[in-house]
Design a protein around this ligand. Structure first.
Ligand SMILES: Cc1cc2nc3c(=O)[nH]c(=O)nc-3n(C[C@H](O)[C@H](O)[C@H](O)COP(=O)(O)O)c2cc1C
Length: 337
């Protein structure tokens, strides 16, 4: 597997829905949602990348850290790296439809597992989205994390129960999907969740419960008070509300408010191992990667996904050595410049 062949194949297979740009920064695809872009002006996607690029690493090489350990345990699973495959759905209207939903998510879940980490799957108006994700996770003995949309309570509880049957590592809800008009148009309305409703969801599942789409410290508090095991600080890759800040801008205050209450995940704009280290230094325990892995899945299948994850892990390891960071559990804010 080599990067240029992978990217060339992906560019053909994605049929222009994703241009496979040198840096995936949301500029070429601004406004393309459906598609791979950020909604509206595309600003909420672009600012994820910009905010992360403004964070600088302090280089230090006069120390005794000669090996960097990228492994960690998350939701009881030993992982090779603090990098998860983000939930992504809508292969037909977002990615051009060259793959089926089932084939795409199988590549993501299998590719993440092959790299020693874990993949997530999502939910959408077409039942094939959630069903295919669960099938891919079941085929991996539960090594994956499904995310349900904030549907009506009865519908959510039914999907949470099905997720638990797969033996998944955890289950989540992308609460920021609360405004998706396409769900209502297809007769499956979504809406914001009250703290009481969120608590009922987290109590209904035996799995660790993850709340994805937190952008403020007060909502992080609400999520953990409702019994969440983890939050994902995320603006959904800029696809649900234009003009939000970047995840790197809001993460430090959120981490200060809820550090120690549970797992803090983050996503948006992670393009390299150095980006991963920046998010860890800003207060995250691990990150999710979205769009770059679509390129991996279309350009090289499960192997392509694993290849890109391994590449990021190698970059993370190098960045850890050059900042004097021995392990991902011990990332000091002092590595930021
Ligand atoms: C095409 C596409 C589909 C997505 N589908 C879902 C989904 O079904 N559920 C979900 O929680 N997030 C979904 N997301 C958001 C991602 O999980 C993630 O938050 C975002 O892509 C991270 O930003 P990045 O792509 O810059 O890495 C989707 C994002 C994209 C680009």
């Amino acid at each position: 597997m080599d990067l240029s062949t992978l990217r060339k194949t992906a560019r053909e297979e994605l049929k222009g829905y994703c241009r496979v740009c040198p840096v995936c920064d949301g500029r070429a695809c601004a406004g393309e949602a459906p598609g791979m872009g950020g909604m509206g002006t595309g600003s909420a996607f672009k600012v994820n990348v910009e905010a992360l690029s403004r964070v600088r690493l302090a280089m230090r090489t006069l120390h005794s850290v000669k090996e960097a350990d990228t492994s960690l345990t998350l939701f009881g699973r030993a992982l090779s790296m603090p990098i998860l495959a983000a939930p992504l759905t809508g292969v037909v209207y977002n990615m051009g439809g060259r793959l089926t939903e089932a084939e795409f998510i199988r590549r993501m879940i299998d590719g993440a597992a092959a790299a020693g980490t874990i993949g997530c799957c999502g939910d959408g108006a077409d039942p094939a989205m959630f069903d295919s994700g669960l099938a891919a996770i079941s085929a991996r003995d539960g090594h994956g994390i499904p995310f349900v949309k904030p549907r009506g309570q009865a519908a959510v509880l039914a999907l949470l129960a099905r997720a638990a049957e797969t033996g998944a590592a955890a289950v989540g809800m992308d609460v920021d999907g609360a405004g998706l008009a396409v769900m209502a148009l297809k007769g499956q309305p979504v809406s914001p969740k009250s703290p009481e409703e969120l608590k009922a969801c987290s109590q209904a599942t035996p799995l660790p419960f993850i709340v994805k789409g937190i952008m403020t410290p007060d909502e992080a508090e609400i999520a953990f008070a409702a019994g969440a095991a983890a939050i994902v600080v995320s603006n959904h890759g800029g696809r649900v509300l234009d003009h939000t800040p970047g995840a790197a801008e809001v993460l430090p205050a959120i981490a200060r408010a809820v550090k120690g209450r549970g797992v803090i995940l983050v996503d948006g704009g992670v393009r390299s191992g150095a980006d991963v280290l920046k998010y860890l230094a800003l207060g995250a325990d691990a990150v999710l990667v979205g769009r770059p892995l679509v390129v991996g899945a279309f350009g090289g299948g499960a192997e392509g996904v694993a290849f890109l994850l391994e590449k990021m892990r190698a970059e993370l390891k190098a960045a850890m050595l050059l900042t004097g960071t021995a392990s991902v559990g011990r990332v000091s804010p002092s590595i930021l410049s």
